[in-house]
Design a binder for this molecule. Structure first.
Ligand SMILES: Cc1cc2nc3c(=O)[nH]c(=O)nc-3n(C[C@H](O)[C@H](O)[C@H](O)COP(=O)(O)OP(=O)(O)OC[C@H]3O[C@@H](n4cnc5c(N)ncnc54)[C@H](O)[C@@H]3O)c2cc1C
Length: 375
């Protein structure tokens, strides 16, 4: 007899879990804070890796549909130095292991693969706690009561939500109570701007572009122009033009096609601080509750978060299917694999990938990382 599963958050992790459970005939309900699937733009592109995100889609039985979403030519990548000289170009010949798709289309694919009513929109969970005996209870903001299981509790909760301000409240009975999600110090972040030009006239062409420099980088990643830097804290982003000018000044002397990534924009710059949980963070097993995706291992932007969230969801679903009637064994098996996997990804990122806070953030460092990681 399979236990119904309650999932908090209809992100890629929670939806993959719901889908894999559905494939195995296990009922699930997803509570999502947003009012509808269209409540928020889902952002740009994601590359889905053959060693994690694609494994999840296979477990979900959605590989053929996923292939239909792949954007041709988007796996191309170029590395430039600050003078705009090409250091590396990786072509997209259609055989790479990291095809790009639109995030919104991938999410919609997962939503469409679930029975009607699986996702309950506009249900913001305000807290969850364990009742013992493998049951948990949660409450909703703006809704009286405790959800469909009432005061009896939910048989299993898989938290898939990491909204930073809500993290401690939703997850505090799973992680250490004093844990908070912090900006890394010295708080690196990136700024995103919208581009005026079409791809034809832009330095990046169709694919990604990265230009690392000491303690900063200019990039176009998955369709978004970005600047990484550690000095954003001193900038007033409510003054868009002044903020853009100030950021561009930090890149004085860089090639014009790179500074254009900052200045050639239609939209105000948006600051996206990088938040992270401590690398290797884990918790004691809590009967009936676990976490996945960003809620379990929020890390800096290492290009792995969505992929890991999906693999978490798939593996948790498979573990629950493999242990009917023994939720504790299923959650233990899932967590034993998830903890080291996410710690390894976060440690790699912290040391190498987005070392914008390092003076050694050089094109050669990036080339070495690409050679090591094989991406
Ligand atoms: C700018 C940016 C670029 C990125 N690029 C990449 C990339 O290229 N590749 C990659 O692999 N990863 C990337 N990531 C990381 C990736 O987006 C996340 O790791 C991934 O979305 C995590 O999925 P999730 O399902 O765990 O959580 P989320 O996608 O955050 O989903 C959580 C869901 O829970 C809902 N929710 C929140 N609180 C509550 C509540 N209290 N009750 C009910 N529902 C709630 C939210 O509305 C949301 O729908 C990027 C992240 C950012 C910010």
């Amino acid at each position: 007899m399979h236990t119904p599963v309650t999932i908090i958050g209809a992100g890629l992790g929670g939806l993959t879990l719901a889908r894999v459970l559905h494939v195995h005939g296990i009922p699930a309900t997803v509570y999502e804070a947003e009012a509808s699937p269209e409540a928020r733009a889902q952002g740009g592109m994601l590359d889905i890796h053959d060693y994690n995100g694609q494994l999840a889609l296979e477990a979900a039985g959605l590989m053929a549909e996923f292939r239909g979403l792949v954007l041709e030519g988007r796996e191309m990548m170029r590395v430039l130095d600050k003078d705009g000289a090409l250091q590396l170009e990786i072509a997209d010949d259609g055989t790479g292991g990291r095809p790009e798709v639109m995030r919104g289309e991938l999410r919609q694919l997962l939503l469409d693969s679930l029975p009607a009513g699986t996702v309950q929109w506009g249900r913001k969970v305000s807290g969850v706690h364990a009742l013992g005996g493998g049951l948990a209870r949660g409450g909703f903001r703006r809704h009286r009561g405790y959800g469909p299981a009432g005061r009896r509790g939910w048989p299993l909760v898989a938290g898939a939500s990491a909204a930073v301000r809500r993290y401690a409240r939703v997850c505090r009975y799973v992680v250490r109570r004093d844990l908070s999600v912090r900006q890394r110090d010295p708080a690196p972040g990136h700024h995103e701007g919208g581009r005026r030009r079409d791809d034809d006239g832009a330095p990046a062409g169709a694919g990604d572009l990265r230009a690392p420099g000491a303690r900063r980088h200019a990039a176009r990643l998955r369709g978004a122009d970005q600047v990484g830097w550690t000095g954003f804290a001193g900038i007033d982003f409510t003054e868009a033009a002044a903020a853009t000018e100030r950021i561009a000044a930090e890149f004085a002397g860089w090639a014009p096609e790179l500074t254009a990534l900052i200045t050639d924009t239609d939209t105000a710059p948006v600051l996206r601080p990088h938040y992270a949980l401590p690398v290797g963070h884990r918790w004691e097993r809590v009967p009936g509750i676990t976490l996945l995706g960003d809620a379990a291992h929020l890390a800096g932007p290492n290009g792995e978060g969505a992929n890991l969230a999906m693999l978490d969801g798939a593996e948790l679903g498979q573990a629950l299917a493999a242990h009917p009637g023994d939720t504790q064994a299923a959650l233990s098996a899932y967590e034993q694999a998830m903890f080291p996997r996410s710690a390894e990804a976060a440690a790699f990122e912290g040391a190498e990938l987005h070392g914008v806070d390092s003076a050694d953030n050089t094109p050669q460092g990036l080339l070495d990382m690409i050679a090591e990681k094989g991406q």
